[in-house]
Design a protein around this ligand. Structure first.
Ligand code: ADP
Length: 331
């Protein structure tokens, strides 16, 4: 197992010897004097779906565009599947599929016409194009839509066409900017399923405002705020962090806080309402010891659960210096 340190956050990420598909080192981007992205470094390995979160104006799109090769960084280095994006852009871009926030679709073309056109833009050989279009349509659930005009498709199907053009040339890396914006709940479920499936073969980075989307789709999450990475963790570690170190206990009879305090591992006992206590602990979860004491004392166990912090809470804590307009976008 390989461990990688993230200079911005001090976080350590584990890679199970997976191939590194994106390596971004010390990225900076200025617009005039304004520094929109400041010293951002991260990596993406094969099989990962990396969720890129941040409030409006945090620098997500700027970072995504730099990695997709459509915006030059002011400083730093980007390597795509081992190729330096700035030194060998054409070769590096052959390994990138990109769905911008506004999918580049031609409404007056049929799905087949459009995907064949994209296959040419991706420089696929003539003999390969038919196979590539058929494969991308099949993976995106567009088998029956080939002859439909793109302008007549629902937003969800148009998004599938946008993803199909991004994976047409079977790139190692797929970059999706806000892939589920404007879709209805069924379409969102379908597109998330598709992203998870694609994540098994490719490395995927997706930006989003929607926090449950990260929990439903991603294997890793990073949060950018005011141009800097402020958080980078695997989903497993994030779940552990969200699980926290507090138990909520509700009993039928009032429980004796002093008796609970004597249990090994429990550091603080606070009231959380009538017959409810919040128990802060360190080390292993002491729920079994708490349940045993409640049983012995016959206080009547009503509820005993970990007090989970939500991802939204973590997000707001890390980005609270943002103006309220950005916070409102958090779903
Ligand atoms: P996000 O995608 O997280 O909403 P962006 O990357 O679009 O953030 O923007 C980051 C910052 O850079 C914002 O302050 C935005 O106003 C600024 N910015 C983005 N694009 C430009 C541009 N073309 N010219 C000047 N400033 C820009």
């Amino acid at each position: 197992m390989e461990f990688l340190a993230f200079p911005d956050t001090g976080q350590i990420i584990e890679h199970m010897d997976a191939k590194i598909l994106i390596s971004a080192e010390h990225l900076h981007r200025y617009y005039g004097h304004h520094c929109a992205v400041q010293d951002v470094s991260f990596q993406l390995a094969q099989g990962e779906v990396l969720g890129f979160l941040g409030p409006n104006g945090a620098g997500k799109s700027t970072t995504m565009r730099m990695i997709a090769g459509t915006l030059a960084p002011s400083g730093g280095r980007i390597t795509i599947n081992g190729t330096d994006l700035l030194d060998q852009p054409r070769r590096a871009k052959a390994d990138i599929g990109y769905l911008p926030e506004q999918p580049p679709l031609y409404r007056e073309l049929t799905v087949d016409e459009y995907l064949h056109y994209c296959a040419r833009l991706h420089r696929l050989a003539r003999a390969e194009r038919g196979r590539a279009v058929a494969r991308a349509k099949e993976r995106c659930g567009l088998d029956d839509a080939g002859r439909r005009l793109i302008g007549t498709l629902s937003k969800g199907y148009q998004q599938r066409v946008g993803i199909a053009q991004a994976i047409l040339h079977d790139p190692a890396v797929v970059i999706l900017d806000e892939p589920t914006v404007g879709l209805d709940p069924i379409q969102i479920r379908d597109i998330r399923g598709l992203i998870r499936e694609l994540g098994e073969r490719h490395g995927i980075i997706l930006s989003t405002h929607i926090l449950p989307e990260v929990q439903a789709t991603c294997t890793r999450v990073q949060i950018i705020n005011q141009g800097r990475l402020v958080f980078a963790e695997s989903m497993d570690r994030l779940q552990q962090r969200l699980a926290g170190n507090t138990l909520l206990l509700e009993t039928r009879e009032p429980a004796d806080a002093d008796a609970l305090r004597t249990l090994p591992g429990i550091t603080t006992v606070e009231s959380a309402g009538p017959n409810r206590l919040r128990l802060v602990f360190e080390g292993d979860n002491p729920a079994d010891r708490v349940a045993a004491l409640v049983h012995d004392k016959q206080w009547g166990l009503r509820e005993l659960a970990l007090d989970r912090r939500s991802l939204e809470q973590v997000f707001v804590d890390l980005t609270c210096s943002e103006p309220p307009a950005g916070a409102e976008e958090v779903a």
